[in-house]
Design a protein around this ligand. Structure first.
Ligand code: CP3
Length: 348
């Protein structure tokens, strides 16, 4: 029997819907914190395949999630291209900002293959463990590989880290379009290499995270979100026609329909602000929707969590739907609330 998430991404309405949560491997789990404490930092964890595979599998074991998402980060790509990357405790990622043609020229696409080797080993280890679980009758979780979408990756590369407005990257995209396009070209090429290698190593579906797509004007959204994503999707679909792709154009708002029609993805993930029924009306009836519980409802638990979950289930019943959050799970989330959420969905 085909795994539930793959059936949904193939256009089937599975009831109750399969479930996994963005950032499901992370600090809200004591067993994650225990493994994390044995490393010298977040990148050490990402590049130590046995440990990265272990934390990838933790939420599958604990909650019986329908997907395992590779434990890595979208910023592994700039790091593989040669940009320095540090995760400062409590501060998020820090990179030396890229603003000049010389800095863009120094990014080395040929370096990517070697740099990503440990991540690919994690993919192989997780896939072997999931296959073993399946043989033992312990469930069928789909292994999802991922990358950031080029625009969101460019945001961190140009800004040098997180930002409220991403003013530097938007200024570059508007004011120095050739420079920005040269950067996007390198990211797109490297992302195709990176994702192809993940599929060849055992990833069964791919997700593209475009966390900051919503900061762009419609004109630039078409170019740097839709067209850039479409180039990656068409290349991957040509090489791996049976590997579905989920796009997450966070805060895309009214651009969601155009994104769904223009990128070639098999599923779209929607953020917390999207009304699920309206989002569904903007995409083809056989395209999967993924989402979109508010991570703060999961922190709160109780009546609000139950009501919000029921509303999403009801709105998307009869459609291909993968239950998920509208953004990543928060570190302060009580794992018991996650267990209650999964139980509610399974009993629907
Ligand atoms: O469980 C999973 O979802 C798999 C692994 C995963 C991580 N990051 C692990 C992580 C995935 C899919 C991501 C995606 C990611 N990373 C995105 C896109 C989704 C989103 O949240 O919008 C973005 C923008 C990043 C960049 C990033 N990584 C930031 C801004 C931060 C710091 C904020 C934070 O939560 O600490 C990270 C660090 C990070 N990535 C952690 C984890 C588990 C926490 C670091 C730690 O455990 O020490």
């Amino acid at each position: 029997m085909t795994k539930k998430i793959l059936r949904v991404l193939n256009g089937e309405a599975v009831w109750p819907p399969p479930v996994w949560l963005m950032r499901q491997a992370g600090r809200f789990l004591p067993e994650y914190r225990a493994v994390r404490a044995t490393t010298s930092g977040f990148m050490d964890l990402c590049t130590t395949p046995e440990k990265a595979a272990e934390v990838t599998l933790q939420p599958v074991r604990r909650f019986g999630m329908d997907a395992a998402i590779l434990f890595s980060d979208i910023l592994v790509l700039p790091w593989a291209l040669g940009q320095d990357l540090a995760f400062e405790e409590g501060e998020g990622p820090v990179l030396p900002p890229i603003r000049t043609a010389e800095q863009i020229a120094a990014l080395d696409v040929a370096r990517v293959r070697g740099a990503i080797a440990p991540i690919l080993e994690t993919v192989r280890l997780v896939r072997a463990a999931l296959d073993e679980r399946e043989r033992e009758g312990e469930g069928q979780a789909t292994l999802i590989g991922f990358a950031g979408s080029p625009f969101t990756v460019a945001c961190y590369m140009v800004e040098g880290g997180g930002s409220k407005e991403f003013a530097h990257v938007r200024a570059m995209a508007h004011g120095q379009p050739e420079l920005f396009e040269a950067l996007m070209e390198k990211i797109i090429t490297a992302t195709i290499t990176y994702l192809s290698a993940q599929v060849l190593s055992g990833a069964e579906a791919i997700m593209l995270f475009d966390s900051w797509s919503g900061v762009l004007s419609p004109v630039l959204f078409r170019k740097h979100v839709i067209e850039a994503t479409a180039r990656i999707v068409s290349k991957l679909r040509e090489r791996f026609p049976r590997t579905p792709i989920i796009g997450f154009p966070r805060l895309a708002g009214l651009m969601l329909g155009e994104y769904a029609a223009g990128t070639g993805v098999q599923g779209v993930a929607i953020d917390t602000s999207a009304e699920p029924g309206i989002a569904a009306s903007m995409i083809p009836a056989d395209m999967a929707l993924q989402g979109n519980l508010d991570p703060l409802a999961l922190v709160a638990g109780g009546a609000s969590l139950t009501a919000e979950t029921a509303a999403i289930l009801e709105a998307l019943k009869g459609r291909p739907h993968i239950f998920n959050l509208g953004h990543g799970i928060l570190p302060q989330t009580n794992p018991d609330h996650v267990a209650a959420l999964v139980a509610q969905i399974r009993a629907a």
